[in-house]
Design a protein around this ligand. Structure first.
Ligand SMILES: C[S@@+](CC[C@H](N)C(=O)[O-])C[C@H]1O[C@@H](n2cnc3c(N)ncnc32)[C@H](O)[C@@H]1O
Length: 130
């Protein structure tokens, strides 16, 4: 059996079988489109799905720390996707949610792109969860 299972669709309609839980969840360029009030909910869903000790990797537009990246993000992604859902990311809300829920969370990389800075964050679900 493959050690990778692909799921298409929304996390909250995910049906896991045979008591199987993923030990890694990867999210790519999703969160900046998620409504402001749902970002934390989705982080919780990821935490709930992971097996204890499991790892999450999230790549997305997060805090836009320098003026050039902020301007590029505003002129491209925010122009296309709107401000309501994207501004919390630019203000650094994702870093707070990830750090609050996962242990040993840290930014592994940040890429400056023509559409703004994209950060790659990692975090672990504690083995003794609460
Ligand atoms: C910028 S695209 C990224 C696509 C792909 N993950 C990648 O990295 O190339 C954002 C994707 O997130 C999806 N999306 C936006 N909000 C979502 C949500 N609340 N739940 C699930 N998918 C969502 C969109 O339909 C779109 O396919």
């Amino acid at each position: 059996m493959s050690s990778i299972r692909w799921h298409h669709g929304f996390l909250d309609s995910l049906e896991l079988q045979d008591n199987w839980r993923p030990n890694k969840i990867v999210s790519s360029l999703l969160f900046h489109q998620v409504p402001a009030g749902q970002k934390k909910v989705l982080i919780e869903e990821i935490w709930n799905l992971l097996e204890p000790g499991g790892m999450v990797l999230i790549a997305d537009y997060m805090k836009q720390e320098n003026p050039l990246m902020r301007a590029l993000f505003r002129a491209t992604v925010q122009r296309l996707d709107g401000f309501a859902d994207t501004q919390p990311n630019a203000d650094g809300v994702m870093e707070k949610h990830i750090s609050a829920r996962f242990i040993d969370s840290m930014r592994l990389a940040r890429f400056n792109t023509p559409t703004g800075a994209i950060s790659l964050w990692r975090g672990y679900k504690a083995r003794t969860s609460n």
